[in-house]
Design a protein around this ligand. Structure first.
Ligand SMILES: Cc1cc2nc3c(=O)[nH]c(=O)nc-3n(C[C@H](O)[C@H](O)[C@H](O)COP(=O)(O)O)c2cc1C
Length: 396
């Protein structure tokens, strides 16, 4: 995803510096060329050897280092970066950035950077809330730096509050947004449904399915990274929320229908990947569950067909459904495409290993009115990219 991209990581003397090793590793796995500048104080917290081993590149920490590999390192490193992230950014470094101070390798390089910059403040709550730090954060925002909101929780100093550095997977998402794709969906409004629905039987029990939302969230992340304005309507799942998307969390099929219905008209592209319950209990309290020969009998009724109802008012928008079949995958999916007047169906078989619920991979077949494309096993991120690549061929 990041092949050919130069990512510059700046690391300062915050205790969260150890988490940046994880981020560097994730970036390298996505084939980025990762370069690291550390402050001298950062090296008291974590050894540069960690980053040199992970990235294969020398950590630079001195403007006058004659072995940096560059003739004028601070200018060269600034120019070759496609995106820069300072994580953690100490209060001290933020103050230097705010005031144009260039007294070490990182702060000097930053003055020459023209690529997008993400600054990730991480510090004790009182340091963060200090008027000087807040003013400095405002100031660097006004220079065009993106400031990543610190998380709240237990801090290394023992206090609890705001100031934690977000986890590496969250930080990675900002870098992917900045550098992974052309913004070929920019200006497009995309609605995606994801995850399962849960239909309550009573206050304790419910009917649901095995969907984990991974495919739908991969679709939402892909659309966001490609510049779309995304609404994600999601059933209950345990996944980090996509950046910059409007997320609507729902539980039941009826709630999902209402959320889709409310946002449908303004969309250009709608991709329904949620595994919506076909049936729900007719009654939701135990007394109303019928007893037959002493045993409880559950009466079910059909839930609203969200895809079917939306296709009735399809208009000019691109409508894509998902189908998950246990048998006759192609025939059933093609029939669904016709019956529901869809532009595209993404079919996945529940019988294939590496496809379907819960896995990080999928084996999809993209079916349109005059084409069937069977794709090999790939990550759900890659499958999401294939889906939007295919959709884009219809929009041009
Ligand atoms: C154990 C330890 C943890 C620290 N953690 C932080 C931190 O999370 N955030 C911060 O702004 N400063 C933190 N500091 C203070 C900075 O290291 C100090 O302000 C230093 O001057 C920052 O230098 P630098 O910006 O050049 O890296 C910490 C200091 C120590 C000793």
């Amino acid at each position: 995803m990041l092949t050919g991209k130069h990512i510059l990581l700046g690391i300062t003397g915050g205790i969260a510096a150890y988490k940046t090793a994880n981020l560097a590793s994730m970036l390298v796995k996505l084939h980025a060329d990762v370069h690291v500048i550390m402050t001298k104080n950062a090296q008291k917290i974590i050894s540069p050897v960690v980053f040199e081993a992970l990235t294969g590149n020398k950590v630079v920490d001195d403007v006058f280092d004659r072995d940096s590999g560059y003739p004028v390192a601070h200018i060269a490193m600034a120019h070759e970066a496609d995106v820069v992230m300072i994580a953690p950014a100490s209060a001290n470094m933020i103050a230097k950035l705010a005031n144009g101070i260039a007294d070490d390798m990182l702060s000097t390089t930053m003055l020459a950077v023209t690529a997008p910059v993400y600054v990730v403040p991480a510090m004790n709550t009182y340091m963060l809330e200090h008027a000087a730090t807040q003013a400095n954060i405002e100031k660097i925002r006004s220079y065009g730096y993106h400031v990543v909101e610190p998380a709240s929780g237990y801090l290394a100093c023992g206090d609890t509050g705001k100031g934690k550095m977000p986890e590496a997977d969250v930080l990675l998402e900002y870098i992917l947004y900045a550098a992974a794709y052309e913004k070929d969906l920019s200006g497009k409004k995309v609605l995606i449904t994801a995850g399962p629905t849960k239909e309550p039987l009573d206050p304790v029990r419910f009917l649901t399915n095995h969907s984990t939302g991974k495919m739908g969230y991969a679709l939402a992340n892909n659309a966001v990274r490609r510049g779309a304005q995304v609404v994600l309507v999601t059933g209950p799942v345990r996944l980090p929320l996509p950046l910059y998307a409007q997320v609507i969390q729902v539980t039941t099929a009826q709630e999902m229908y209402e959320a889709v219905d409310a946002h449908y008209d303004e969309q250009d592209i709608v991709v329904m990947s949620a595994a919506v319950a076909d049936y729900r209990p007719k009654y939701t309290s135990e007394e109303k569950i019928k007893k037959k020969d002493g045993a409880a009998v559950l009466e079910l009724e059909r839930t609203k067909d969200i895809l079917g109802s939306m296709s009735e008012r399809k208009g000019g928008r691109f409508l894509c459904g998902f189908s998950m079949e246990t048998e006759h995958m192609l025939e059933n999916s093609k029939a669904k495409l016709e019956r529901k007047n869809l532009d595209m169906i993404v079919a996945n078989s529940l019988r294939m290993e590496g496809a379907g619920f819960g896995t990080d991979t999928n084996i999809i077949t993209i079916i349109t009115k005059d084409q069937v494309r069977e794709l090999p096993k790939m990550s759900k991120d890659e499958a999401a990219k294939e889906v939007f690549d295919q959709i884009l061929t219809f929009l041009h």
